[in-house]
Design a protein around this ligand. Sequence first.
Ligand SMILES: [Zn+2]
Length: 76
Amino acid sequence: MSVTCNELDVLLPEFLDGTLTPAQEAAAAEHLATCKACALEVNELEGVTRLYKEYGALTLPDDARKRIMGTLDLEE
Ligand SMILES: [Zn+2]
């Protein structure tokens, strides 16, 4: 199983959450190992996700929180 960039985009949120099936996760990891553009995107998302999980709504100013929510495509 291999995925395209578009398919990876769909898998990405769950990949970061660790909720993919092992087959999906392997396919996503394989794509990331061979696609620099997607690997960069994951790096950015991982940074933002970690920031959000650690600091969440508690300490972030409203505009920064909204930006992160928009980046992560989450509902407030
Ligand atoms: Zn890609």
